[in-house]
Write a protein that binds this ligand. Structure first.
Ligand SMILES: [Ca+2]
Ligand SMILES: [Ca+2]
Ligand SMILES: [Ca+2]
Length: 427
């Protein structure tokens, strides 16, 4: 464990500005958020164009975190989550099915392995690590090949997307759209507990005028964790989807994608957890099937993370950073009045905090020890101390507020007034 540098700015501030500045500094620690996704019946989403950092991400039993499809707002069809701990409860799901390259009417599937088109016959399946199946027809003919399946491609280290199936028509805007490819999911954590499903499957091909389009290829799932707890309902899928089944043509099935597991403890999950199969052929045929994708398990380059770069590794791998998404939290740091355990001793706002003299830390805020308004005339318990909140969320208790106007004052104006009052008092 490396020694962390002292927070010199904060130390300086502590020495010369005892009240207002540090009340503001306390707000920084609120950046270390945890997120719990509840089962509301509606899928939740997270931004797909950034790294989503959390202390603890919990997806509650039955809840769904949906990866927005490529092209939906700024979404790239990928989701990257970095956290101390990720918990996917029983029957919960991270769903990137059909979030990859989109299928389009009258066109080959998008992506390097997009399924092809062939006149007005069934389209080919999309490819990624597994090749796409060719367009075919129903049993007993099991004909074709019509639109050709996409060729396999992909680099394991690059979080990419499954390609889409080809349309059931070669005329732009006409015919059934191919199924979308699967999206990309990358989870990085000190510890991942999975008892639900992560799915980055292709979407099935559509059917129009009895002609099927190709199915989408499976996408990409990466789990990078020091420890992974494989619980009984764990499932990770990057499957190719079936082509659309029409009486005049059946789309080729999408190929399988890739699942990569990197963990220090149990690198290979139990048998049956991973599914990267290609999409199925039409009933009674062997034509049109998608090829199997690939998977990879290893413990190479797995180290206990220091995501916040404060030089202290996560407590979840036996080290001491109790919030590895927040560089303002680590052993040895000063305890601030912010409802956060800044020094990782298991207690919040204990001992001496940054509150100015005469103020005490209550529920994460510095306030008057005795409320000047708390009379005994009503016989009730003293009311909570009053505070005034400045813009930006800083607050001062009445004793420190003095008589100056608060509205519109910046922090430093308020601070200047506070210090000059103190100087007057001292005289
Ligand atoms: Ca750290
Ligand atoms: Ca503490
Ligand atoms: Ca604290």
């Amino acid at each position: 464990m490396n020694m962390r540098p002292r927070r010199t700015l904060a130390s300086l501030a502590r020495a010369i500005v005892p009240a207002a500045l540090l009340l503001c500094a306390a707000n920084r620690a609120e950046a270390a958020n945890s997120l719990t996704i509840e089962n509301t019946g509606q899928p939740a989403t997270l931004p797909g164009d950034v790294t989503n950092d959390f202390n603890i991400l919990t997806i509650k039993s039955g809840a769904v975190l949906r990866v927005l499809a490529k092209g939906t707002g700024p979404s790239t069809g990928r989701l990257h989550i970095r956290a101390n701990r990720i918990i996917i409860e029983s029957d919960a799901m991270i769903d990137a099915t059909g979030s990859g390259h989109p299928g389009k009417a009258g066109l080959p599937g998008e992506g390097m392995g997009g399924g092809q088109v062939n006149g007005s016959s069934a389209g080919g399946g999309g490819a990624y690590f597994g090749g796409g199946g060719d367009g075919t027809s129903q049993a007993p003919t099991c004909g074709g090949p019509f639109g050709l399946g996409g060729s396999p491609y992909g680099t394991p280290s690059m979080l990419d997307l499954g390609s889409a199936g080809g349309s059931g028509s070669a005329t732009p805007g006409m015919g059934a759209s191919g199924g979308n490819g699967g999206g990309g999911v990358w989870l990085e954590a000190a510890r991942i507990e999975i008892n639900g499903k992560i799915a980055a499957n292709g979407a099935p091909g559509n059917v129009l005028a009895n002609i099927g389009a190709g199915g989408g290829a499976g996408g990409h799932v990466i789990l990078d964790a020091y420890i992974i707890d494989w619980l009984p309902k764990a499932k990770i899928e990057a499957k190719g989807a079936a082509g659309g089944v029409g009486t005049a043509g059946v789309g080729g099935a999408g190929g399988g994608g890739i699942v990569r597991i990197h963990a220090s403890t149990v690198s290979a999950p139990p048998v049956g957890v991973i599914d990267v199969n290609g999409g199925p052929p039409p009933a009674g045929c062997s034509t049109g099937v998608g090829d199997q994708g690939t998977n990879e398990f290893d413990d190479q380059n797995v180290v206990c993370p220091d995501y916040d770069g404060d030089g202290v590794q996560s407590v979840l791998c036996g080290e001491t950073d109790c919030d590895d998404t927040n560089k303002d939290v680590a052993p040895g740091l000063p305890e601030l009045c912010n409802n956060v355990d800044d020094n990782c001793n298991g207690e919040k706002d204990e001992g001496e905090t940054d509150c100015a003299q005469g103020l005490i830390c209550q529920a994460g805020k510095c306030g008057s020890e005795v409320n000047p308004d708390a009379g005994t005339t009503d016989g009730g318990a003293p009311a909570a101390p009053e505070t005034v909140e400045y813009r930006g969320g800083c607050s001062l208790a009445p004793r420190a507020q003095g008589g100056f106007a608060l509205a519109g004052l910046g922090l430093f104006a308020a601070l200047g007034a506070l210090l000059s009052r103190r100087a007057r008092k001292a005289r």
